[in-house]
Design a protein around this ligand. Structure first.
Ligand SMILES: [Zn+2]
Length: 111
């Protein structure tokens, strides 16, 4: 079988990128976007925020088909969402590295 993953021409660097992609791909959540902290008032007149102690909220912001959108991340989800955003960026970085190696292979016409 002509399995590209076991192709002997892969460099050690490329095998390393590919194995990290495989590890990352299994059992992780991925979220594209950036996290942004905002502080504001909830609107309740008796709340501490009305006296100047603003609430801090975490938002996930992303561009979807050219339009920006955002979603508030509840406290209970923050660790998971932070991890998913981090893993997405990590995956994107690894795929970019593999793409760059493939670009060089194409340029040099080395199969
Ligand atoms: Zn409030």
């Amino acid at each position: 079988m002509d399995d590209i993953f076991s192709r002997p021409k892969l460099s050690a660097a490329e095998r390393n990128f590919r194995s990290r992609i495989a590890q990352l791909a299994s059992g992780r959540w991925f979220l594209r976007g950036t996290l942004s902290h905002r502080s504001g008032k909830c609107g309740k007149p008796n709340c501490r925020c009305a006296r100047g102690e603003l609430h801090s909220s975490l938002y996930l912001v992303q561009s979807q088909q050219g339009k920006p959108r955002q979603i508030c991340v509840p406290q209970a989800w923050q660790a998971r969402v932070r991890q998913a955003v981090h893993d997405y960026q990590q995956m994107q970085h690894l795929i970019e590295e593999v793409s760059e190696l493939e670009w060089k292979r194409l340029r040099e016409r080395k199969p």
